[in-house]
Write a protein that binds this ligand. Structure first.
Ligand code: GDP
Ligand code: MG
Length: 445
């Protein structure tokens, strides 16, 4: 989903990169393209109109400062505005209360039952006692479906008694959840093919019996503009505290679902991206915005890198590196600069997807390993005398043993550090590559 939107936006920004200055005309032209890209992606037309208006206003009033190019500034503003469109800050379920209660609502097939199971698994993993309640009494298969999911996830489930109405079931379940000392109760309610009076009445009565602190609408992101109307109807009928967008793994355009926050004011809490119980992710407006822009968070990466890594220092290091004059003091300095830049994984996150062709798990693993290694190296270097730091070649076995004891590490760790230091020449090449990549990214925006 969102691939087309992403590629048309990127094309627009490619065109902008040639401009040395932002004029009213080139901003207007590119905003026209942005608007078209949004409409093509099925973003609600009013939302698209307001979106470009806002970006245009902020861009025109702004002076382009220092090292940031006009193109980058526009990318940043579009990113900011996308983030705002998706709700700004990340929001969580309200899991206070004993128990916290979550009422899942939505049309037939939107993914209520699946998402209920996914949430149960998530919270169970976080150590909470979860009770699932099957309230879709019109479709016997729906009750069974939830029972099976509860079995998979390993949490308790409660179903309807013969002859019980939905509100009666709600009342009984709320009581059972309290008495059973569950921490979260999830009500998987029944849907319809469309919002009708009967459904609204049933949900209202159910809500009155259970008083859930989370009223969540599950929306299939593939249903297009209709999703906005559905969300408004549910909000007006029962009130909503949040949304779950499902089926983001599909190939529909999805823009409508992304307009849902702007139209209804309800936060998007989670997204579903598959049929498996693991396929549920918290929704982060900023990450979604950069995913759609498809360039990683280019501007913030550049800003961050430029703001913290002192340029002169970098030049000095490069010179030393070229002349092979680096010592462990410099090595320590580099480690600390990397630390200032933030965690490795956050740096990876900011890189455009194509710069590092790796999946998320691999990135995470590498980032974690490098962070652990950097901390280790830092502690070892700190146990060396200034003379040793400046003259690594003088560090013989007995010194190595003393250093290891000093920082509570193993001799092998000290050996590893010194070996790594010897390989610094290679690292120098890598830094150069990284710099080239940065330059390329700047050109791209
Ligand atoms: P309900 O009628 O609202 O309870 O919907 P269900 O939970 O039964 O889901 C309907 C269908 O959509 C099922 O086949 C689910 O496996 C599927 N489904 C739910 N969420 C997702 C999702 O995020 N991605 C994909 N691809 N399928 C999903
Ligand atoms: Mg269901």
């Amino acid at each position: 989903m969102f691939e087309n939107l992403s590629s048309s936006l990127q094309k627009t920004f490619k065109n902008l990169r040639g401009y040395g200055k932002l004029t009213e005309k080139n901003v207007k032209d590119s905003m026209r393209e942005v608007r078209l890209a949004l409409l093509e992606a099925d973003v609600n037309f009013k939302v698209a109109r307001d979106f470009v208006k806002k970006v245009q206003e902020t861009c025109m009033g702004e002076e382009v400062l220092g090292s940031i190019t006009p193109g980058q500034l526009v990318v940043k503003r579009v990113q900011d505005e996308l983030e705002a469109l998706f709700g700004g800050a990340h929001e969580e379920f309200d899991l206070t209360g004993s128990p916290a209660a979550v009422m899942m609502m939505g049309l037939h097939g939107s993914g209520k039952t699946t998402s209920s199971g996914k949430l149960a698994m998530r919270w169970k993993k976080h150590g909470r006692r979860v009770l699932l309640v099957a309230c879709d009494i019109r479709r016997p298969a729906a009750v069974e479906q939830l029972m099976i999911l509860a079995g998979q996830v390993g949490c308790d489930v409660l179903g309807p008694e013969p002859g019980e109405t939905v509100p009666q079931l709600g009342k009984r379940a709320a009581l059972a959840a309290k008495e059973g000392k569950y921490e979260v109760v999830i009500y998987d309610t029944g849907g319809r093919f469309q919002v009708d009076e009967e459904l609204v009445q049933e949900l209202k009565e159910f809500e009155a019996e259970t008083r859930p602190n989370n009223k969540v609408l599950v929306l299939d992101a593939a249903i297009g503009q209709e999703s906005v109307n559905v969300a408004e109807a549910f909000r007006d009928a029962v009130g909503l505290t949040g949304l779950i967008l499902t089926k983001l793994d599909g190939d529909a355009r999805g823009g409508a679902a992304l307009s849902v926050h702007a139209v209804t004011g309800c936060p998007i809490l989670m997204t579903g991206s598959g049929e498996k119980m693991e396929d549920l992710e918290p929704f982060y407006p900023d990450r979604m915005a950069s995913r759609i822009l498809g360039m990683g968070d280019v501007v913030s990466f550049v800003e961050k890198a430029q703001g913290i890594v002192d340029q002169e220092e970098a030049m000095r290091m490069q010179e030393k590196l070229a002349k092979n004059q680096l010592d462990l003091e410099d090595f320590l300095g580099q480690i600390r600069q990397m630390k200032k830049l933030g965690s490795m994984s956050s740096l990876f996150d900011m890189m455009p997807g194509d710069a590092l062709k790796m999946d998320a798990k691999k990135k995470e693993a590498i980032a974690n390993a490098s962070e652990i290694e950097m901390r280790k190296f830092e502690s070892i270097i700190q146990s060396m005398t200034p003379h040793e730091r400046r003259n690594p070649k003088t560090i013989d076995r007995s010194r190595r043993l003393r250093i290891a004891a000093g920082c509570g590490r193993k001799l092998a760790d000290v050996n590893q550090l010194l070996k790594r230091f010897e390989q610094m020449g290679k690292m120098g090449k890598q830094f150069k590559k990284m710099e080239k990549r940065l330059r390329h990214m700047k050109k791209f925006t």
